[in-house]
Design a protein around this ligand. Structure first.
Ligand code: 13P
Length: 252
């Protein structure tokens, strides 16, 4: 891996203040795992507290609104996230695309709003099972990337892509390592086309049922720059086992 592996925990709609103990434990362990960039995306309500409790790891959000502010009851702007202590936000997660009918253009607008507010961005893409079975996985992901990625000067340095096959999320199922390699390669080719030389350093995370037991083999796949971890990020014990696997990979 050319750049530090990036292991991000997406807590989704899990966590009250009691979970801050897990964040503290993850942060403490990060001190001896400096070859890995570690981050957590807790729910909005815990961003500020997590930032206060954790000094080494990154802290980010799971979504943001496209507007800087205004009459959008229940929404959160990127500037508010930054003010709360976030350094990045995830956008375009398949659960947002499904639950809130977010389209590629919405995801792109959110990514651009986040960048404008000074946040880094993790843009998520991934095919459904029906799309994979129809042999369309790479085509679908290429279309999502073309429509969802922010463009422009200097964007690449603030950008991470997460490939998360929808059918692998929370199911315990993962693509074969060959399928992960093929998809990450095709995403890399596209990033190189879109961003030129800077595209080579954009990390492409794999997400979908990453666990302590499969992290090493997935992280060893060419062009896998880290992992976006859901369920296994909810306890320090299982999340740190994945971070340790990434540190071992970084040593080789
Ligand atoms: P799981 O690790 O629970 O499959 O979730 C993956 C995910 O959606 C991370 O964003």
């Amino acid at each position: 891996m050319a750049v530090r592996p990036y292991i991000v925990g997406n807590w989704k709609m899990h966590g009250t203040r009691a979970m801050l103990a897990e964040a503290r434990a993850i942060d403490r362990a990060a001190e001896r795992l400096i070859k890995v960039e570690v981050a957590l995306a807790p729910p909005f309500t815990l961003i500020h507290a997590t930032r206060n409790e954790a000094s080494l790891i990154g802290v980010g959000a799971q979504d943001c609104h496209t507007a800087e502010g205004g009459a959008h009851t229940g929404d959160i702007s990127a500037a508010m996230l930054k003010d709360a202590g976030a350094g990045f936000t995830i956008v375009g997660h398949s659960e947002r695309r499904a639950d809130h009918d977010e389209k590629d253009a919405d995801v792109k607008a959110k990514a651009e709003a986040a960048l404008a507010a000074g946040l880094n961005v993790i843009v998520c893409v991934g095919e459904t099972e029906a799309e994979r079975d129809a042999g369309k996985a790479e085509k679908v992901v290429a279309k999502q990337l073309a429509g969802s990625l922010p463009t422009g000067e200097g964007v690449a340095g603030s950008l991470t892509v997460a490939y998360e096959p929808v059918w692998a999320i929370g199911t315990g199922r993962t693509p074969t390592l060959d399928d992960i390699a093929a998809m990450h390669h095709s995403i890399r080719v596209m990033l190189n086309q879109l961003f030129g030389e800077a595209g080579a350093d954009i990390r492409i995370l794999y997400g979908g049922s990453v666990k302590p037991g499969n992290a090493s083999e997935i992280l060893a796949v060419e062009d896998v720059g880290g992992a976006l971890v859901g369920g296994a990020s909810l306890t320090a014990e299982s999340f740190l086992a994945i971070v340790v696997a990434a540190a071992e990979k970084a040593d080789t």
